[in-house]
Design a protein around this ligand. Structure first.
Ligand SMILES: [Zn+2]
Length: 703
């Protein structure tokens, strides 16, 4: 048997240095690469290339490099094959990055293939969204294909499989098929009466399936894999079997005992058969197992990369290709080579489609399961890159919980792109830069092992990424008006302020200072406090980007709410320097300042760090929703530099955003001492709405 197992992956420790600057990280990476190259040169007698100044290409390291070396072809061709039946989530960012990135690194190309073999569940909005997400992440599909493009060819191969005696039409019920698979309750594996029908008979019946003679569940075309291979056939006789025979039997045993090879369905009849691309032409549709490997072959895919749940399906993948001469037996030389990497598991949020649907649309407990729910349960096992579907979930079992029956639970989030979710549309809307997301995915490592991480780890990567790539502005979330009563009404200082003090290339902008400014309520206290270094009655404070400090003269309060409404202060060289400097925004009609804005501050959607463990059957999840998960600050003010940074977006200028459709979310900036923000998609020319991307520090607090 050829060695089809990939090399044992070299484990790479994920980078856990969110506080390091990007430059420091690059330096570290270069150092490490230089060291590795040196050592390699030593061990291989100096044959290795010397370390260059090129940044380390993550696709040419570790496990991915091993995969390439197993099949080092010139024209690498990969594919990203989502089912167009939902929105992609953060886990898919790994599949996109790995498939497109791998191809790009080795000078090849990658297709975007819509695996659209399940007619009832596909909607146009999913196709559109998936295309957008690939492009947003900075990748250009070589071709956009659809499994449905190949329905004719697939059907022909279905007939061919039957002609070769490797396919049969089966009329057993689901229960009978299960029984044949054996197990504790059913005894040994067995074939059904349809297994031994003649190819002619099967062909006629397969055509009858195609022509509508059967309803769903009445007929299946099954692949004649190893269900009929009985244990006697691979029982080793220690006395008489030669080494060669023993080896063959061991191989046969592993195939015959793999449930993925127990005569899986190739074609099934669909009652709701309307397909949005092929209309009513087909009443039968090919399964994932039949379609996937053949479409890989049709498209000339060289490296078929998927997640490790599909590892047990690899023999089935190869079986069909070999059965139809699309691959040589026990060889990866011709046709696609399937290899599996570990999933990206992100704890701290909900990624299951069905559960997000509950959050988006609300839910009624104890309702009848919909046909969709049941279909999901049947198909759950087949979902590529998406093992998060949990068939036991929600309404089917909720019925038994008397307490919950009939209870209506309202929606928890705005939509599928609510910034508190971890769908890709939500991450984009929240302002996560596509480059930071790709970096996050690769930092978790691409190996055989699953990459398990927490949502807050993404924040660390994003923070580091934004630190030097977006401009800085002053933004006041909760303003208190300050009148500097010692200044003339038309007093104006125009300060030339850099967008990023460490990066002159970002340029400078004019910031006005006038008699009326606004500071953040957090930066003021009504009483002196030795631990508080900002503005108080007895303590002056410095102003960022302004010449002098301010000192309080008096302040007034709203008698009803007790809130401070305005402060009288003086400004100038005579005011003692404060212990701290705070941000502010001035009023200046000439500069169109301040810019008024609404800011939405997001925190985790659930109080628990493990929302998947909440009670999703009886609605218990609703009680754990964090009431502070979205705090809206309605009266924020931004300095006038905002006009320019809006003009000059995207920040940063990355290929995905620079070349694609300009989204509001690419207008990003750091609010000095506050947080990173982006413009929300609901913002208009007259109405600024900001989303907090991440806080400046891990705890989100200010000192
Ligand atoms: Zn049967």
């Amino acid at each position: 048997m050829a060695d089809t197992e990939p090399k044992k992956p070299e484990e790479e420790a994920p980078t856990e240095e969110p506080k390091m600057s990007k430059r420091a990280m690059e330096k570290e990476a270069k150092k490490a690469a230089a060291k590795a190259a040196k050592e390699k040169a030593k061990s291989s007698g100096g044959a290795a290339k010397p370390a260059s100044n090129e940044p380390v290409d993550p696709f040419k390291q570790g496990w991915l490099k091993g995969v390439y070396n197993e099949k080092p072809v010139k024209d690498v061709h990969t594919r990203f094959p989502p089912e167009p039946n939902g929105y992609l989530h953060i886990g898919h960012a790994k599949a996109i990055t790995v498939n497109f990135g791998f191809a790009r690194s080795y000078g090849g190309v990658c297709n975007l293939r819509f695996d659209d073999t399940n007619p009832a569940k596909e909607e146009e909005r999913y196709f559109t969204s998936i295309k957008e997400m690939v492009s947003w992440l900075g990748f250009q599909p070589h071709k956009i294909t659809h499994s449905s493009d190949d329905f004719d060819q697939l059907y022909e191969l279905g007939e061919e499989l039957i002609r070769r005696g490797k396919g049969y039409v089966c009329h057993c019920s689901g229960e009978e098929i299960n029984k044949g698979r054996g197990g504790k309750e059913h005894g040994p594996r067995s074939v059904c009466e349809h297994w031994s029908r003649s190819p002619e008979d099967n062909l006629e019946d397969f055509r009858a399936m195609r022509d509508g003679k059967y309803k769903a569940g009445e007929a299946l075309m099954r692949m004649k894999q190893y269900l009929g291979t009985m244990p006697e056939e691979y029982k080793i006789d220690k006395e008489t079997d030669s080494a060669e025979v023993k080896k063959e039997k061991v191989k046969l045993k592993s195939l015959a005992e793999n449930p993925a090879l127990w005569d899986c369905a190739a074609y099934r009849v669909k009652n709701e058969n309307y397909h949005h691309r092929t209309g009513n032409k087909w009443r039968i549709y090919p399964t994932y197992e039949f379609t996937h490997c053949l479409c890989d072959s049709f498209e000339g895919i060289t490296h078929s990369l998927c997640t490790t749940e599909f590892e047990t399906l690899r023999p089935a993948y190869n079986w069909l290709l070999e059965a139809l001469d699309h691959k040589l037996p026990s060889s990866d030389e011709k046709g696609a080579m399937q290899r599996e990497y570990g999933r990206l598991n992100v704890e701290g949020t909900i990624l299951s489609k069905r559960r997000i649907a509950m959050l988006v649309g609300g839910t009624t407990l104890g309702g009848e399961p919909t046909t969709d729910d049941l279909a999901d349960e049947v198909d759950a096992v087949k979902l590529e890159e998406e093992g998060d579907e949990e068939p036991e979930a929600t309404s089917t079992t909720a019925k038994s919980a008397a307490s919950g029956t009939g209870r209506k639970i309202p929606p928890v989030v705005r939509d599928w792109d609510d910034p508190r979710l971890f769908t890709l549309v939500a991450l984009r809307r929240r302002g996560i830069p596509p480059g930071a997301l790709k970096k996050f995915v690769l930092d978790q490592g691409v190996t055989k092992a699953n990459a398990n991480t927490m949502t807050h780890n993404l924040d660390g990567t994003v923070r580091t990424y934004l630190e030097r790539t977006v401009p800085r502005l002053m933004l006041v979330l909760d303003p208190i008006k300050i009148t500097c009563s010692n200044l003339a009404d038309d007093y104006l200082e125009e300060r030339d302020v850099p967008f990023d003090p460490k990066d002159p290339a970002k340029g400078t902008h004019k910031v006005p200072f006038t008699k009326t400014i606004y500071i953040d309520r957090d930066d003021f206290r009504e009483e002196d406090d030795p631990d508080f270094f900002r503005l108080t009655p007895g303590q002056s404070v410095g102003l960022l980007n302004a010449e002098h400090p301010i000192r309080l003269l008096d302040f007034s309060k709203d008698t009803k709410t007790g809130k401070v409404t305005s402060i009288n202060a003086e400004y100038g060289s005579h005011v003692p320097a404060g212990k701290a400097r705070i941000h502010w925004v001035a009023e200046s009609a000439k500069h169109n300042s301040p810019v008024r804005a609404e800011a939405r501050i997001f925190k985790p959607l659930f109080k628990t760090a493990k929302p998947n463990e909440l009670d999703w059957k009886n609605g218990g999840y609703y009680d754990d929703v964090n009431p502070e998960s979205e705090v809206v600050m309605k009266d924020c003010m931004i300095e006038c530099g905002f006009h320019e940074i809006k003009e000059r977006a995207p920040w940063p200028k990355e290929e995905g955003e620079a070349n694609g459709v300009q989204e509001n979310s690419s207008v990003r900036f750091q609010g000095l001492r506050t947080a990173f923000f982006c413009l929300d998609k609901e913002a208009t020319a007259d109405r600024v709405i900001l989303n907090r991307i991440v806080s400046l520090k891990e705890d989100g607090g200010k000192k």
